[in-house]
Design a protein around this ligand. Structure first.
Ligand code: ATP
Length: 321
């Protein structure tokens, strides 16, 4: 909402910071431009933007899967790529789904994943795997073959794979993409549990409802640039309610609204609208009547987050899911 969105969230205790990250592909396309974002420690940071706005490219740069054309970033306070050895073991990431074996059980798949981690002690593999399965609610289905898992179960198994080691930060690209409503609920509630336990989570999404349900902070991308970065509550706070009085005498209605200190008065067709601020609407109605305003209709309109995002990006968002 400001010219320098990165300044809105303090850099103190940042799990992720980027400084003017830019990615220009060989085709000449600039997918991400001068991106400076801050993911505060302990937050659930929704990285929101329409399709093609640069979210995946950013996440791939963060994880070292794509080399930035310019700029730099820090993960868990360590500069990348130099500090990767110290930071990466504490970071779990889901960018592309892991390649699980369809004919092996969930448990056997995790055992294979665990065995591929040279830092993991084989003597404790069984406990580690079962704890991860338990964490994502798949212990009861541990012996089922992967191919028999629902999409939600598959995604939870992918998260279990990430959680084989303790993580301070999770970076997830569209973690509920392609899931049915039940699977979506399962994954969201798992993420909320993890956040409650202190894990910082950055997740990209194009679903507004996802942000509304689980995020504490939000960064909005539009055509490769960060156009807003705020606490979700602040972004909501910025969406102020307007009172709307429909009347044949807008001039009189305006006088009353002005007298009560309402601002941004506008005449919109047969109605007068204004920012209502902290004023209780029930105080306004009798005053309008006393002032002789013939009130045909009265209402208070609160713009939703969708309106804010549309105003930021000029594009509609998918609000389902
Ligand atoms: N390897 C590549 N080479 C050239 N252009 C690319 C490459 N990867 C992505 N792009 C382009 O960069 C832009 C940003 O893509 P990106 O996948 O980062 O967006 P996104 O916000 O993650 O979108 P979606 O929600 O669709 O995944 C798009 O225009 C895309 O076509």
């Amino acid at each position: 909402m400001t010219e320098s969105p990165s300044a809105v969230v303090t850099a103190e205790g940042a799990a992720i910071r980027t400084f003017d990250l830019t990615k220009r592909f060989r085709s000449g396309q600039v997918a991400v431009r001068d991106l400076s974002l801050t993911v505060p420690s302990g937050s659930v940071y929704g990285f929101l933007g329409p399709n093609g706005s640069g979210k995946t490219t950013t996440i791939r740069m963060l994880l070292g899967l794509v080399r930035p054309t310019a700029g730099r970033h820090e993960l868990l306070g360590r500069p990348m790529p130099g500090g990767a050895a110290g930071a990466l073991p504490r970071i779990g990431a889901l960018v592309e789904g892991p390649a699980f074996h369809p004919y092996l059980s969930g448990r056997a798949n995790l055992r294979r994943l665990d065995a591929a981690d040279r830092t993991a002690d084989p003597a404790t593999a069984g406990t580690r795997v079962d704890e991860a399965l338990d964490r994502v609610g798949l212990l009861a289905a541990a012996r089922k073959r992967y191919r028999a898992y629902s999409l939600g179960m598959r995604q939870r198994l992918a998260l279990a794979g990430v959680l084989l080691q303790p993580r301070d930060l999770l970076v997830l690209d569209e973690p509920t993409n392609g899931l049915d409503p039940q699977g979506t609920r399962e994954v969201r509630s798992l993420l909320l549990d993890l956040a409650r336990d202190g894990t910082t989570i950055m997740l990209s999404t194009h679903l507004l409802s996802e942000v509304e349900q689980i995020c504490t902070h939000v960064g909005v991308m539009h055509v490769g640039a960060l156009v807003a970065q705020e606490r979700l509550a602040d972004l909501r706070g910025g969406t102020q309610a307007r009172v709307r009085v429909e009347t044949s005498r807008p001039d009189l209605a305006k006088d009353t609204l002005r007298r009560f200190g309402l601002t941004e008065l506008r005449v919109e067709g047969p109605a007068v609208t204004a920012l209502i601020g902290d004023l209780a609407p029930e105080k306004l109605v009798p005053a309008l009547v006393e002032d002789g305003v013939p009130v045909r209709a009265f209402g208070v309109m609160t713009p939703g987050l969708e309106d804010v995002f549309v105003s930021l990006t000029g594009e509609g968002f998918d609000v389902s899911g």
